[in-house]
Design a protein around this ligand. Structure first.
Ligand SMILES: CC(C)(COP(=O)(O)OP(=O)(O)OC[C@H]1O[C@@H](n2cnc3c(N)ncnc32)[C@H](O)[C@@H]1OP(=O)(O)O)[C@@H](O)C(=O)NCCC(=O)NCCS
Length: 330
């Protein structure tokens, strides 16, 4: 039996358009389906067809649960992994049907266009897929983008960028006054542009700049705004173009470590100028020693992450290394 899309009913409706805001109900349905797979009570020939034509057998060994948020273990989705590469998610089980990751990112609602605040559970799944599956596994160049973002917090302030019926990017914000992490009393001293991603096929079309602009506009009355440290080489270039176009923002944008006290801030425009004078051909450099140094520093930070967590200090969402999120065995 062909399982994909069988139960969808109305044409061209995608998960984000039809999923109720009921994470608990969703989890229970996924658990029940998983139990039926394990018990072997489903038709033995059930398969899911990938867009490549390849067929993946639907069996307990090819699915697993992922936690959508790093701080809410109960909110899980059931995913199907590629048998040839078990860290790559190919489909998600939603509303009694399997959907390709690309379909999870689609919408048939014409009102979903531009930057829209993440509010519903369905939108949180879209954010997770964009962040962990698309950026974390598929569209990250290990040579020059050694950065990935941890799964977001359930309380994360996020906006998804919708374009022509699909989610193509996102950015998240740490609000001034919000806690820097669980188990810490430290709060952000300024609003911080924390994680940002644009799908590869949509890059160099001004979308990164549009998101930075949206962030700056949202906090018109703030004297200082942060970007979480470390800022990637591409993002520095975005900042440069942005600050050339809007010179009035040059004094407001700071690269910050949480919580963003004065000693934890570096002015971005100044950094851009310094980089340009010390790295004459910055845009063509890959694996620059500066960036590798930054990643090493961050790796040091990640190695100390557990210690930081237990000692009550917070960290932002950035990380370096090979994999952001582990798929949980059930
Ligand atoms: C960083 C990122 C969000 C930029 O998104 P984007 O939509 O491509 O950015 P824009 O199109 O708005 O770029 C604006 C300008 O920045 C510069 N720029 C952007 N990416 C660049 C790159 N890789 N190399 C050199 N310059 C770049 C260019 O001057 C560009 O203008 P141009 O295309 O007219 O020359 C995107 O590359 C991305 O998602 N990267 C992976 C995740 C990441 O690094 N996030 C940032 C964490 S700090």
């Amino acid at each position: 039996m062909e399982a994909a899309a069988a139960a969808r009913g109305a044409a061209d409706l995608y998960p984000v358009d039809i999923l109720e805001d009921d994470p608990e109900g969703h989890r229970e349905a996924a658990l029940a389906y998983y139990a039926s797979l394990r018990a072997g009570v489903r038709p033995s020939a059930e398969v899911f067809s990938l867009p490549t034509g390849e067929q993946v057998k639907l069996e307990a060994s090819s699915v697993c649960f992922c936690t959508v948020h790093r701080d809410e273990p109960q909110q899980k989705i059931l995913v199907l992994v590629n048998p040839q590469d078990t860290k790559t998610v190919v489909a998600v089980y939603i509303k009694e049907s399997w959907w390709t990751t690309e379909d999870v990112l689609r919408t048939s609602d014409p009102a979903r266009e531009g930057l829209m605040k993440v509010q519903s559970f369905g939108e949180r799944i879209v954010l997770f897929i964009l962040n962990v599956v698309i950026f974390g596994r598929l569209e990250r160049n290990l040579d020059d983008d050694a950065m990935f973002f941890l799964p977001h917090s359930v309380k994360e302030q996020a906006k998804i960028l919708w374009r022509d019926g699909a989610a193509v990017g996102f950015y998240t914000t740490k609000m001034k006054g919000s806690l820097c992490g669980s188990g810490t009393g430290a709060c952000y001293l300024l609003p911080v542009f924390d994680t940002v991603f644009v799908r590869r096929r949509c890059r160099r079309q001004g979308l990164g700049m549009a998101m930075l602009r949206d962030f700056c506009e949202a906090f018109r009355d703030e004297e200082a705004l942060g970007l979480s440290c470390p800022v990637s080489p591409a993002m520095y270039q975005v900042c440069r173009k942005f600050l050339l176009a809007w010179p009035e923002e040059r004094g407001r944008l700071w690269e910050v470590e949480p919580p963003g006290a004065w000693g934890q801030r570096g002015n971005i425009w100044l950094k851009v100028q310094l980089q340009r004078s010390s790295l004459p051909d910055w845009s063509k450099r890959k694996n620059t020693t500066d960036w590798q140094g930054t990643c090493r520093r961050l790796r040091w930070r990640n190695n100390n992450l557990l210690r930081l967590r237990t000692s009550g200090l917070g960290v932002n969402e950035r990380a370096c290394g090979l994999c952001a999120a582990g798929w949980d065995p059930v």
